[in-house]
Design a binder for this molecule. Structure first.
Ligand code: SF4
Length: 77
């Protein structure tokens, strides 16, 4: 999954809906994937790979995002 951290409005909805996957960055207050699932993090993007059981929760956050900043795609093993 990818979070567009430039588009993110720091509204807090993503971490509120799915705190196991998302949190607001401590410095810039933009949404990011939590450390446990993060594979890349910088000012413009946060990329993470989450277990399947968290998919529905992350999807709900993506659908609620007013900035449409969260993209989720399946990772083939
Ligand atoms: S819901 Fe969207 S705009 Fe709000 S914090 Fe999450 S990524 Fe940012």
């Amino acid at each position: 999954m990818t979070v567009d951290r430039v588009a993110c409005l720091s509204c807090g909805a993503a971490p509120a809906i799915c705190p196991k996957v998302f949190e607001l960055g401590s410095g810039d207050q933009k949404n990011r994937v939590v450390d446990e699932y993060s594979v890349e993090l910088n000012e413009v993007v946060s990329v993470g790979i989450i277990p399947e059981e968290l998919y529905e929760c992350a999807k709900a956050a993506a659908e609620a995002c007013p900035a449409n900043a969260i993209r989720i795609e399946e990772v083939k093993e």
